[in-house]
Write a protein that binds this ligand. Sequence first.
Ligand code: TYM
Length: 327
Amino acid sequence: PPTVFSGIQPTGIPHIGNYLGAIKNWVHMQNTHQRVLFCIVDLHSVTLPQNPNALRQSIFDTAACLLACGIDPDKAILFQQSDVPQHSELCWAFTCLTTLPRIQSLPQWKEKSEKYAKDINVGLMTYPILQAADILLYKGTEVPVGEDQIPHVELAQDLARIFNYRFGEFFPKASAVIPKSARIKSLRTPTSKMSKSEIDVKSRIDLTDSPEVIRGKIKKAVTDFTPEIFYDPDNRPGISNLMDIHAAFTGLSSDEITEQNKLKNTVGYKSEVADIVTQYLTPIREKVLRLREQPEYVQQILDRGAERAGDIAQENWMQIRKLMGFK
Ligand code: TYM
């Protein structure tokens, strides 16, 4: 059956890039598909050092944010990756089907191996293989993600093909599902993507930011010296990013936004964007704050999700073991 699968790393609070690039689509697809799984990928997050207490908190916060955004545990299986051991097991099998050059060709590997040089751990290299295992363990066919994840979904396609060729037809083709707002940029360096790992917290808007914090971050967003508001992502990445955010939250086109704001200057326009973002995020933030008062409720949802995901994983993993000759 068509199966929706996607994941998010529990490293702090999800930001509007995560929301507009992925989570918004997740909420939509849980209504259009029968089998839907969303995974908090804690195993992926430890490819970079994590403080255990902070990690525990991030797993909770990520689950709370997903629920606050509208993920419905009756429609989607929401679970934590390390609760289902078969992710790691299938990852191992796939590791043995992946060539070193295939991994070295991935843009994120190139970026990270340059950044960390000899200190890079092998987990960062295996990272995209684990991601392929996540998707294929459930025979995922649709993977709603932001643009940065496309090369990883392509690796999952390759691994499915390689496995099927070697051991017999088993895995379906997994396709990335990419929204229009597939790449929200940093508010500080609008040429690179908004990211949880950027040190400057003013570069991103977290889903739980207060109205004052949102206003302050947008006010300080890097733009240029042209006061007029018009869309030109190549020459005016800063203002165009704000317009992308505006468009994504309202459903307006960049032409409509230009038309509506032609009498405003940058300061006035920023204030307008801050209002829109605040209006959208306020109910989400309030829901997260309420869920923080009910940690057992959130835990219950993750536990039930792990059980349901575990049943599917177990069934598929048994068949994979047979195909590979382990059984
Ligand atoms: P992660 O945790 O970095 O991001 C979660 C989702 O948010 C999207 N995203 C963005 N979209 C638009 N603009 C941005 N600035 C932006 N930043 C992040 C990401 O594309 C992603 O969809 N490797 C994955 C997690 C993962 C996964 C999986 C995803 C592990 N296993 C299996 C899909 C299927 C990651 O690090 O996402």
